[in-house]
Design a protein around this ligand. Structure first.
Ligand SMILES: Nc1ncnc2c1ncn2[C@@H]1O[C@H](COP(=O)(O)OP(=O)(O)OP(=O)(O)O)[C@@H](O)[C@H]1O
Ligand SMILES: [Mg+2]
Length: 247
């Protein structure tokens, strides 16, 4: 199914904020076309990991490679074209409340491309149709449900037809049925566009339903990585406790 070439690699990453060590020796490789889920409790450093990949946070130590290019060695300017190849769904959707849905989806294209207004309109319509929100261009974010906002965030993340999609807690705060539709959409995006995806979540059901592989994170590093079955049958005590949930 998934090819074995490595698209993203974190090598021995360390990151502290003040005295707080968040990442301590994070190693992780993600294969082309797979959906890798990073599972871990709140505050363990999942969002920081994604932000390091996007170049929004710089690690104290270690290297990050994308398609064998060491992005941690690049200037902001050289990083730009690589960053364009990545789409990010931020935790909580992060739509611009004062912009329409159409303007939200168009945002990066309007700011960072030479496309004409007509070309941008076509892409916006196509991406909104992909997430099954055709015709919502003139609505405001406040008029949408949480699930719809996540779908708009996906349509926006797909602006530059990224090869890599990063999802930060895509189902957190949604009811189970809406969460299921978002998980299905993550799968559909993977299958239709062959994207390499990282999904960060602390929700087990969502993680298990979208993952090709799961990486369990704790204490700033990856404790265990494997397919859903191997993680469900893990012998690691922390992984077992995390999966069993609160008593
Ligand atoms: N810019 C920052 N400045 C200072 N501390 C930060 C910063 N970003 C993150 N942290 C701290 O790093 C730790 C990890 O944060 P992170 O947002 O990665 O957690 P998370 O695993 O995504 O949690 P959640 O599941 O709640 O989203 C937290 O203790 C957080 O307070
Ligand atoms: Mg987070």
């Amino acid at each position: 199914m998934t090819g074995r070439s490595v698209v993203i690699e974190f090598k021995d990453i360390y990151k502290s904020f003040g005295k707080k060590e968040v990442l301590c020796g994070l190693d992780l490789a993600i294969y082309k076309g797979e959906t890798l889920v990073i599972l871990g409790r709140s505050g363990c450093g999942k969002s920081v990991t994604l932000k390091i990949l996007l170049g929004l946070i710089y690690p104290d130590q270690g290297q990050v490679f994308i398609n064998n290019t060491e992005i941690t060695a690049l200037s902001e300017k050289s990083l730009m074209p690589i960053r364009r190849r990545m789409g990010m769904l931020f935790q909580g959707s992060a739509l611009f409340d004062s912009l329409t849905i159409g303007e939200n989806v168009a945002f990066a294209l309007t700011e960072h491309s030479d496309l004409t207004a007509g070309e941008i309109e076509t892409i916006v319509a196509k991406n909104l149709s992909f997430v099954e929100l055709s015709g919502t261009q003139n609505m405001m974010p406040s008029e949408l449900s949480g699930g719809m906002k996540k779908r708009v965030a996906l349509a926006r993340a797909m602006a530059f037809q990224p090869d890599i999609l990063l999802y930060d807690e895509p189902t957190t705060g949604l009811d189970p049925i809406t969460a299921t539709t978002i998980n299905a959409l993550i799968r559909k995006t993977q299958l239709e566009f062959g994207v390499t995806s990282i999904v960060v979540t602390h929700e087990l059901d969502s993680g298990f339903s979208v993952a090709d592989r799961i990486a369990v994170m704790d204490d700033g590093r990856i404790l265990e990585i494997g397919d859903v079955e191997s993680i469900q049958n893990s012998k690691n005590e922390f992984v077992q406790t995390f999966i069993a949930g609160p008593k």
